[in-house]
Write a protein that binds this ligand. Structure first.
Ligand code: ZN
Length: 269
């Protein structure tokens, strides 16, 4: 009889156990409510390597929303994004493009001049003699695009600051995945309002095979202290998210910009 009872108990457990809730989706602790909103802005008609980066960047920032920590909206155009609409976002993640035309530029300027957040990559900051937008250089804290290495390649980066929330836990030097690297003239280092975070080590020179850079100051990550912004020069091709160290730099730069929201640090909510 006792044996029968045991068997019955075992059988009942077998039927009961599957009734427990099964874990589904990503195993995260879900937030009670998303803490902030981000707008990821990219072009899907840019040069192929910049579109490749955009596709992977979308995936990277989407994965950061797991657990409902924040809302990520994406757009391929800033048309229709008035200042009022932009102001609803804690941060604009500019992947490979900049606002186009006077209306979009004016709305973006107003957004940034009033405490807006921006994390920009690579081509999002590209400007040359034809760009005709002096405010962009004031915002970036540097001059126009000057030259680049070609083809894309890995480089040794040196951190300029190691005690910033953006660079903590990152080695003082590390090899970054292959990218096209832009040099600017004048360099952002000449701007006293700019904090340079990382630079291409002179140990890389000569840098390039077809287009060769042989010398010069080469900052590739910085922030302009007059704005809530960080610029990261990488963002070319399909290798940018293959390195944990660079991913950490991207993540910490994102988190840093978000945390300085004048309406309050969303991470302390
Ligand atoms: Zn590029």
């Amino acid at each position: 009889m006792n044996r029968l009872k045991s068997i019955l108990l075992l059988l009942s457990l077998l039927f009961v156990l599957p009734a427990f809730p099964q874990q589904s989706g990503y195993p995260a602790n879900y937030a009670r409510a998303p803490r902030f909103k981000a707008l990821l802005f990219y072009s899907d008609t840019a040069e192929e390597a910049h579109v490749q980066f955009a596709e992977q960047a979308k995936e990277f920032f989407h994965r950061l929303t797991y657990g409902d920590g924040y809302i990520l909206d994406t757009t391929t155009s800033l048309a229709g994004y008035s200042y009022e609409k932009l102001a609803g976002y804690n941060i604009i993640i500019a992947i490979n493009a900049a606002p186009e035309g006077n209306e979009q530029r004016a709305a973006f300027e107003q957004y940034m001049e009033n405490g807006g957040g921006w994390l920009g990559f690579h081509a999002a900051a590209y400007n040359d003699a034809g760009t005709d937008w002096p405010w962009l250089n004031k915002f970036l804290g540097c001059g126009r695009f000057y030259c680049n290495n070609w083809p894309p390649q890995c480089v040794l980066l040196d951190l300029d600051v190691t005690d910033s929330p953006i660079t903590r836990n990152i080695p003082a030097t590390f090899v970054a995945p292959e990218s096209e690297w832009y040099m600017w003239n004048p360099s952002p280092r000449q701007n006293p309002d700019v904090e340079i975070l990382a630079s291409i080590s002179p140990r890389n020179y000569p840098l390039g095979i077809k287009d060769v850079i042989s010398y010069g100051d080469f900052p590739v990550a910085w922030r302009n202290k007059n704005y809530r912004m960080v610029y990261l020069n990488y963002g070319h091709g399909d290798r940018e998210f293959t390195d944990a160290t660079q991913n950490l730099l991207t993540l910490q730069a994102f988190r840093y910009v978000v945390s300085l929201d004048p309406k309050g640090n969303p991470f302390e909510k």
